[in-house]
Design a protein around this ligand. Structure first.
Ligand SMILES: *[C@@H]1O[C@H](CO)[C@@H](O)[C@H](O)[C@H]1NC(C)=O
Ligand SMILES: *[C@@H]1O[C@H](CO)[C@@H](O)[C@H](O)[C@H]1NC(C)=O
Ligand SMILES: *[C@@H]1O[C@H](CO)[C@@H](O)[C@H](O)[C@H]1NC(C)=O
Ligand SMILES: *[C@@H]1O[C@H](CO)[C@@H](O)[C@H](O)[C@H]1NC(C)=O
Ligand SMILES: *[C@@H]1O[C@H](CO)[C@@H](O)[C@H](O)[C@H]1NC(C)=O
Ligand SMILES: *[C@@H]1O[C@H](CO)[C@@H](O)[C@H](O)[C@H]1NC(C)=O
Ligand SMILES: *[C@@H]1O[C@H](CO)[C@@H](O)[C@H](O)[C@H]1NC(C)=O
Ligand SMILES: *[C@@H]1O[C@H](CO)[C@@H](O)[C@H](O)[C@H]1NC(C)=O
Length: 229
């Protein structure tokens, strides 16, 4: 076999690995009779996988609405490989909305080697049926380079709070809280020279919150809605 072939197979295997593990862990959680994961009721259009048979609960499961029940935590998948998805806190079936936590952000905060993981815009991790509700506020994470002085300028900015995410003398991440939803999605009013921005929705109730509490704001979750399948 050629080297490129083996490399391809290795990539394919690594790509599937997280979902194989999730499948294995599913065995502890999915229960078609109760249709429940942790304290959250999971029903149409969402669906779980039955712990005994390994098959989907419900006869006609909708793609994108599959919920993995991992250690009693209902988890919606991320559209980005190797990135953990969203922990569902609660669901309002009447209002077609739910509160969720972007787990990928917490993983970056928790990483031991801060130089490696990457922050993604929360919006790009969502599959098409799911939308970030405009009532949320946002927290912007600015990844500023040290070399050109962008980080030094950011340190003087009272509206920015330093975070624990940085990589030696290369770059450092700052947080800004209280940014309203921008329907265009480009957040042009909030660009900073030399700093790459990532937008994370936080609850509307966080109005006036201190950006230094970024971890707590991520943990509180934010509101999403879905389009009927
Ligand atoms: C889940 O469903 C059960 C049975 O329909 C109901 O009694 C319970 O209150 C629901 N729990 C939540 C958190 O909505
Ligand atoms: C759902 O969770 C959010 C975030 O924790 C909370 O603000 C809201 O009150 C909860 N809603 C219900 C119906 O429990
Ligand atoms: C982060 O790490 C702490 C301590 O190692 C652990 O208790 C916590 O569950 C971790 N959080 C996440 C989101 O993985
Ligand atoms: C910050 O930006 C650098 C490039 O300047 C990138 O290598 C790094 O992964 C980014 N860090 C995060 C946490 O996104
Ligand atoms: C960041 O690090 C500081 C000092 O190392 C610590 O006091 C603080 O709790 C950390 N904050 C978070 C959100 O991890
Ligand atoms: C950007 O700022 C301008 C001037 O302050 C304001 O008129 C406009 O509404 C803002 N745009 C957004 C999307 O917040
Ligand atoms: C995140 O979204 C903002 C606003 O749309 C955009 O300016 C930025 O380039 C995006 N960042 C990444 C890493 O995709
Ligand atoms: C935000 O919290 C930080 C750390 O607790 C504190 O130093 C700072 O003064 C606070 N900022 C505001 C505007 O309250």
């Amino acid at each position: 076999m050629s080297r490129s072939c083996c490399w391809f197979l290795a990539v394919l295997w690594v790509w599937w690995l997280p979902w194989m593990l999730v499948e294995a862990e599913d065995q502890q959680g999915g229960d078609c009779l109760a249709m429940k994961c942790g304290n959250v009721n999971i029903s149409h259009p969402f669906w779980l996988t039955d712990r005994a048979t390994g098959r989907a609960c419900g006869s006609d499961p909708y793609p994108d609405f599959d919920v993995a029940c991992i250690n009693s935590t209902p988890t919606l998948r991320s559209s980005i490989p190797f990135n953990r998805g969203f922990k569902i806190l609660n669901i309002s079936y009447e209002e077609r909305s739910f509160y969720a936590v972007d787990l990928g952000k917490l993983d970056v905060l928790n990483a031991t080697d801060k130089c490696r993981p990457v922050f993604y815009n929360t919006s790009v991790k969502l599959t098409p049926p799911f939308k970030i509700a405009p009532v949320n506020l946002n927290l912007i994470l600015y990844n500023c380079t040290e070399e050109d002085g962008a980080a030094a300028t950011a340190r003087l900015n009272r509206e920015l709070a330093p975070t624990n995410v940085s990589c030696g003398n290369q770059w450092v991440v700052f947080a800004r809280a209280g940014v309203p939803h921008d329907g265009t999605g480009n957040y042009n009013n909030y660009t900073l020279k030399g700093c790459a921005a990532v937008v994370v929705p936080v609850p509307a109730s966080s109005e006036g919150a201190n950006a230094s509490n970024y971890k707590q704001l991520f943990d509180d979750g934010f509101l999403l809605t879905w389009d009927p399948p």
